[in-house]
Every structure is written in C-alpha cells, then in structure tokens.
Design a protein around this ligand. Structure first.
Ligand code: PMP
Length: 372
C-alpha cells in the first residue's frame, strides 16, 4: 500500500466534528447534457468576454499592489443593480461582496454564530448552510417544512422559540425544491427570531432573479438584523467568477469587517464582476429565456405524469420515485446528468438550453413508457 493510501484523514489530528465526514460537491461527470448544478447554460456573450479582457488587462497593470480592500467601485455597481431591479434604494454602504455567496454566508456565521452558538434552516434546503455552520463551529438545527415543501410559519416560529438560534436561514427560492417564501412568512420569522434573542435572519436569494415573486430586499428597511444574500453565479451566468454579495443595514457590513480576510477579493475578480455588471441587461435577457424553459419543464413533466414541485428557480424538483437514485442512474445512462440531493423520492433538474431540456424530457418520457 502506498504511504498516502495508508493514511486516512481521520488518522490526522483534525477537529472531532469533521471526523468521518465527506466534502460537499456534486459529481463532475463528463456527460453530453449536464443539468445538475443549477448553472446558467449560456456562455457569456462575446462583447462581455471582450470587456472582461479589457478590464482585466487594466487590473493586471496594478497586480503588484493589493486590490481595493473595500471593493468600493464594485459595491457601488452592485448597489445600483439592486436599486434598479428591486425599486428599493440601496447604497454602497449596505452592500458587501466576497468569493461566492458561500463565502458571504461563512463570514456571516463567523461574525454572528460560531462555537457555542446555533443556526437553523428549514430543510430540505441548501445543505451548505448546515455545512458552513459545522465549518465555523456553529451548532445546526434542522427546522421543519411541510410535505409540499413550503415553510409552515407556525412550526418554524415554534422551532425558533424552542432553540433560540443566533442565525436563521430562509432560502427563497429554496434549493433543491424551488419553493419561494412570501414576505409575511419572513416578517413572522424575523419577529420570532428577535423575540427569542435577538438573532440574525439571512434570506438566501441566490435564485431570486428567476422567481415569479419580487425580491424580499425591501423588508430590510427598519429590520437591522435582516440580511439578503445574492450571487452572480446564477442570473449573471458567472458561476466560475465566484462573486457573491449581501445587502443589509450598513452596520451589519461594518460587523463583517471583523472577520473578513484583508484583500479577500482579488483585483481580477473585482474587474471581471464590474464588466459583467455593465452587461446586466443582456444577461437578464437570458434569465427571461430560462424562466420560460423552467415553466416548460414543469408543464411537460406534469403532462408526462410526474409530480413536480412549483418552481421559482432555474431548476425543477420532480418525482415521486420509490428509488430516486436508481432513476438518477437511468437518466444518466441516457446521457443526461441531473441531481440526487438525497430528498427521498425526488430528483432535481436544472433548466438548460431548449436542446438540453429536450434531451432531458426525451429521457424521462422514455422511462415513463418503459414503466407502464
Ligand atoms: N445559496 C444557494 C441556495 C445555492 O443553491 C448556492 C449554489 N448552489 C449558493 C448559495 C452558493 O452560490 P455561490 O457560492 O456560487 O454564490
């Protein structure tokens, strides 16, 4: 046996809570149609690629220096985007950015949770919330959802009152179910969270640009412990860029400075994100196409006889299967990669290009025929 194979991670003096755990991540398989990680299927348009090259060339001339530690120009641009698309006035002081919204969420937990503190999410939901909690030494509470995957306000309030968490996650639209949360539910959970401690409420809006409903961002007005988390990975089609951001009361942004690493956002990242913001309208045009495709997937899956959860995201949860993993494999055998998130009976497919969606629909129609 090689030296490497004989030494397991658990043989190292790692933290007890990491023992026996596996890293997060969907399989990166080389198949013709990949609809498993909620990416945007459209490559960035060529004029934007050119603009990124220009901006990065400019930034390269200054790479001997550390980047703008406060990412002022970028936060200005993100604030303008939020103001324009939500109608709610957002200033640069209310915005913070990091390497993907995962890093934003990690910084929030480092600031507001950590050892001896608790965070809650209503599951099934984005499993990284629990994993980032674990990585920051935060205790994790798995809160309830109804059988139709909506948040039961009464049960959620009761869980908050019982556990008195320091951070409450609300994901809207939710991953992997696609379910959006209405404003009344968020305000009710916020009130319960303030009565219990007070605690920070984080609304993860990674997919909100695809929603039938407006952003919950205006709810931050008068609610200093409410944070909206966003990303350029989905609507901006820039998952490879790694740019996430939050909007909240300026004092929340000040608080996050206590844990952020200095110069965490490279000059190349800042330049690229600024270029993408210049092309917002084109990118939001792709979002409209994806929304149409998402609605088509919902309708066609239902017409084929599958159960489908209403979706406000760029993906669709479908079932019901006795053995979802076996069906995942059968779809993969037909050249289409979807996601088994471990929700019993259900799988998730990301809305791709019309051609990719057709390939997926052909595969699941074929499966239905074989079963009947
Ligand atoms: N929140 C949710 C709900 C997500 O599904 C994802 C990505 N799968 C993220 C946050 C993280 O996105 P990123 O780090 O790429 O911004």
């Amino acid at each position: 046996m090689s030296e490497r194979a004989s030494l397991g991670i658990d043989d190292l003096p790692i933290r007890d809570e990491l023992r026996g755990k596996s890293p997060y991540g969907a399989p990166q398989l080389d198949v013709p149609v990949r609809l498993n990680t909620n990416e945007n299927p459209y490559p960035l348009p060529e004029p934007l690629v050119e603009r990124i090259a220009e901006r990065v060339r400019e930034a390269a001339r200054g790479l001997n220096r550390y980047p703008d530690r406060d990412a002022v120009e970028l936060r200005e641009g993100l604030a303008a985007y939020l103001t324009r698309t939500t109608g709610h006035p957002v200033t640069r002081e209310m915005v913070w950015a990091a390497n993907g919204s995962n890093e934003v969420l990690q910084q929030l937990l480092q600031t507001f949770a950590g050892p001896g503190r608790l965070a809650i999410g209503f599951e099934p939901s984005y499993s990284m919330h629990g994993l980032i909690a674990r990585g920051t030494g935060t205790g994790w509470i798995s809160g309830p959802r109804r059988a139709d995957f909506t948040v039961d306000t009464g049960a959620a309030r009761a869980a908050i009152a019982e556990h008195r968490p320091h951070v409450v996650f609300v994901t809207s639209p939710n991953n992997p179910t696609g379910t959006a949360v209405d404003a009344d539910t968020v305000t009710a959970l916020y009130d319960a969270a303030q009565a219990a401690r007070p605690s920070l409420v984080v609304v993860d809006e990674a997919y909100v640009e695809f929603s039938h409903r407006p952003s919950l961002l205006p709810l931050t007005e008068g609610r200093p412990n409410l944070v909206i988390s966003r990303t350029m990975s989905k609507a901006f089609g820039a998952a490879g860029l790694r740019l996430g951001y939050l909007a909240a009361h300026p004092t929340v942004v000040d608080a996050v400075q206590l844990v952020r690493l200095p110069y965490h956002l490279s000059a190349v990242t800042q330049a690229t994100a600024l270029a993408a913001l210049e092309h917002t309208d084109t990118l939001l045009g792709y979002v409209e196409q994806l929304k149409t495709e998402r609605d088509r997937l919902v309708a066609e899956l239902r017409a084929t006889g599958y159960e489908v959860t209403d979706s406000d995201a760029n993906f669709v949860q479908f079932g019901l299967f006795e053995d979802a993993h076996a069906v995942w494999r059968q779809i993969l055998d037909r050249g289409v990669l979807v996601r088994d998130n471990g929700v019993p009976g259900w799988l998730r497919v990301t809305a791709g290009t019309p051609e990719e969606n057709d390939a997926f629909l052909d595969a699941v129609r074929e499966l239905k025929k074989e079963q009947s």
